[in-house]
Write a protein that binds this ligand. Structure first.
Ligand code: PLP
Ligand code: COI
Length: 356
């Protein structure tokens, strides 16, 4: 990649109050842009002031959703330094998503350099309080002006950033989950494993129905049999079942979460048996009604670890841990949060410092 041009190093928008940050509402001073054209490949990487993009209404992304995205965070350690968590895994997942959506790949080193350059330009925007962070949203859109259904020839890679608060400002608090039985999120051969906007557009209706019933998130079943547990709207899911941690295996329909992988590695370090397998909802809810389902939690970049207090599927309604946070869920949160925010060591080398 050519050198990244930084056209506006200093702008001074007011920063939102660090104690009342709302996810994805306030954006930093800068954004990263890079274009793609067949003759030049990815070119003109640049940091510019955050602002509107000029796109024609015929731009392909608006019609056929040829788009992929990522989500990662920059965390501030107690000494003021800033770090990324497993950003190379986001680069690899973006590459895999690009392959599925016929979008030209971005070399992993270029993805990393772009993320680091934006965090560097918006250094002061990384909040200081434990639990807060700078959420980074890289995405690629198809930019040809054409209504034909084929791969675009031109693309735009953008990274925007927003300071975000602790998901649970008052400490971890359990969420309620409704198992969706009508709509499905993904089928094998589709785009379930990719992080593309279309997956989320199609999930909104089920989320609205769950909200009307008073639930905060949807749990998806597999799209063919509507039998096996897959994942939550924006998180992977894990269960402590008969003393073992069970999580749906990655069959191409579930997003391969980086937090999921991290939790499985931590659990293995602790000698806790882990099973990645197909998990029928029937098995899960029968176990729950027999008191064998000890804990459940979601894992994701935005939420970190999200304890689940209530699960509903068909005639089953199950309260877990008396609606409290289970001990293993709490241990996972404390261990992962300690690594992310730099209050605990990082024995796996997951942290990448950003040079100031
Ligand atoms: N599943 C879905 C559908 C998601 O949107 C996310 C969020 O990124 C996850 C799982 C968790 O993935 P990660 O841990 O990489 O953030
Ligand atoms: C993340 O956890 O990074 C996500 O991408 C969730 C997002 C869809 C809100």
């Amino acid at each position: 990649m050519e050198a990244i041009q930084v056209s506006h190093p200093k702008i001074c928008k007011p920063h939102p109050d660090e104690n009342s940050l709302v996810f994805g509402k306030a954006f930093t001073d800068h954004m990263f842009l890079m274009d793609y054209a067949p003759a030049e490949g990815w070119h003109v990487p640049r940091i510019v002031p955050y602002g509107p993009l000029a796109l024609e209404p015929s731009c392909m992304v608006f019609h056929y959703a040829q788009e992929v995205f990522e989500g990662l965070k920059a965390y501030r350690a107690p000494d003021g330094s800033i770090r990324l968590f497993r950003p190379m895994d986001n680069a690899r997942r973006l590459r895999d998503s690009c392959r599925r959506l016929s979008i030209p790949e971005i070399p992993e080193a270029d993805f990393l350099a772009a993320v680091q350059a934006l965090v560097h330009a918006d250094w002061e925007w990384v909040p200081h309080t434990f639990g807060t962070s700078l959420y980074l949203r890289p995405f690629i859109i198809a930019t040809d002006c054409s209504l034909g259904v084929h791969a675009s020839k031109t693309y735009l890679f953008v990274i925007i950033a927003c300071p975000v608060g602790a998901y649970y400002p008052g400490g971890l608090s359990p969420v309620s989950i409704y198992v969706e039985s009508e709509d499905v999120r993904a089928v094998r051969g589709g785009t379930g494993f990719a992080k593309c906007g279309g997956n989320y557009a199609a999930s909104i209706r089920a989320g609205e129905r769950a909200a009307q019933r008073g639930y905060s998130q949807v749990l998806w079943l597999d799209g063919v049999h509507r039998k096996y547990i897959e994942e939550v709207g924006a998180m992977n899911i894990m269960f402590l079942l008969d003393g073992k941690v069970v999580t749906p295996k990655l069959t191409g329909t579930v997003l391969p979460g980086i937090t999921r992988r991290t939790c499985l590695d931590l659990l293995t370090d602790w000698g806790i048996p882990v099973e990645e397998r197909l998990l029928p909802a029937q098995e899960l809810f029968e176990a729950a009604s027999q008191g064998r389902l000890q804990e459940a939690w979601g894992t994701g970049t935005a939420a970190v670890i999200s304890p689940i207090g209530l699960l509903e599927w068909q005639d089953y309604k199950v309260t877990l841990c008396g609606g409290q946070v289970g001990p293993l869920t709490q241990k996972l949160y404390d261990s992962l949060a300690g690594i992310l925010w730099g209050t605990l060591p990082d024995p796996h080398g997951w942290i990448l410092p950003v040079a100031d």
